[in-house]
Design a protein around this ligand. Structure first.
Ligand code: CAA
Length: 258
């Protein structure tokens, strides 16, 4: 397993876990840490032992956002030349399911990272916010776009303008969070959910993610054409033969991801 400075990774029962590990700074995300997160996501995406990726944070917060100390001295051209968000842009290209299990504070870039997850579990009482406005800036890693697509313009602009904290229950009403669980059970529940997805045929899971993501960007007709291609594609997989044959033979299917 690669040694990282700001994250820890492990693989257990086909679940690849990435743990943000900068707890003293509330897992605030410096650019090296974002680079490590991307590297770990890409490594799990290629790893045949991994079917589902789980993203969690160590300590009292999932993440309090981008590292403000790192950004404080930046200017427009340094950000442009660094291509500040290049790593962020690659996170949505990960093909395997990403489950986020968040707690404590999920602020700014931390919230943007959570919004990159396909499924989000939150500990009861978790606070979310986009406080960038209070620093004289705005989200830069997809926050204005993803939040607005998810919750609609009215609430998105209110939350982005005020930077106010949004409690997990409120956010769940807007469909941003899949499940709220008690803080003590967060990891256990996340593993249980991840195990359930890991037991499913991986290629079908992959094509469903791909198609659902297109639904956000494509008009309905184009989205349906895209869906159909993926549907047909699955009929060239061994898992489709196995799944349907097992049904006919009244036995449990064994999926290989082929
Ligand atoms: N960047 C750098 N350091 C941070 C940080 C951040 N985003 N958030 C917290 N820390 C550090 C604090 O400076 C503190 O360090 P020291 O112990 O060395 O003083 C340590 O983490 C613990 O934080 P607090 O003492 O503040 O903890 P708290 O429980 O009292 O408060 C908090 C928690 C309300 C989350 C508060 O830390 C806070 O408001 N943090 C900043 C949140 C923020 O503004 N995030 C947006 C960043 S901008 C962004 O994300 C842009 C983007 O789109 C990519």
């Amino acid at each position: 397993m690669t040694a990282y400075k700001f994250i820890e990774t492990s693989v257990d029962q086909q679940i690849g876990m990435i743990e943000l590990n900068r707890p003293k700074q509330l897992n605030s995300l410096n650019r090296y840490m974002v680079g490590e997160i991307l590297e770990a996501l890409q490594a799990f995406d290629r790893n045949e032992e991994v079917r589902v990726i789980l993203l969690v944070g160590k300590g009292k917060a999932f993440s309090a956002g981008a590292d403000i100390e790192e950004m404080a001295g930046a200017d427009s051209m340094s950000l442009e030349l660094l291509n500040q968000f290049a790593d962020w842009d690659q996170i949505p290209l990960i093909k395997k399911p990403i489950i986020g299990a968040v707690h404590g504070f999920v602020f700014g870039g931390g919230f943007e990272l959570a919004l990159c997850c396909d499924v989000l579990l939150a500990a009861d009482g978790t606070e979310f916010a986009f406080p960038e406005v209070t620093l004289g800036v705005m989200p830069g890693a997809g926050g204005t776009q993803r939040l607005t697509k998810l919750v609609g313009r009215a609430k998105a602009i209110e939350w982005l303008w005020t930077g106010e904290r949004i409690i997990a229950n409120e956010l769940q009403k807007y469909g941003v969070i899949n499940r709220i669980v008690s803080p003590e059970l967060l990891r256990e529940e996340a593993f249980r959910f991840a195990n359930k997805i890991a037991s499913m045929p991986p290629l079908a899971i992959r094509m469903i993610k791909d198609s659902v993501n297109k639904a956000v960007d494509y008009p309905l007709y184009e989205g349906m054409q895209y869906e159909r291609k993926n549907f047909y594609l699955l009929f060239s997989s061994e898992d489709q033969k196995e799944g349907m044959q097992a049904f006919v033979e009244k036995r449990k299917p064994v999926y290989k991801g082929k």
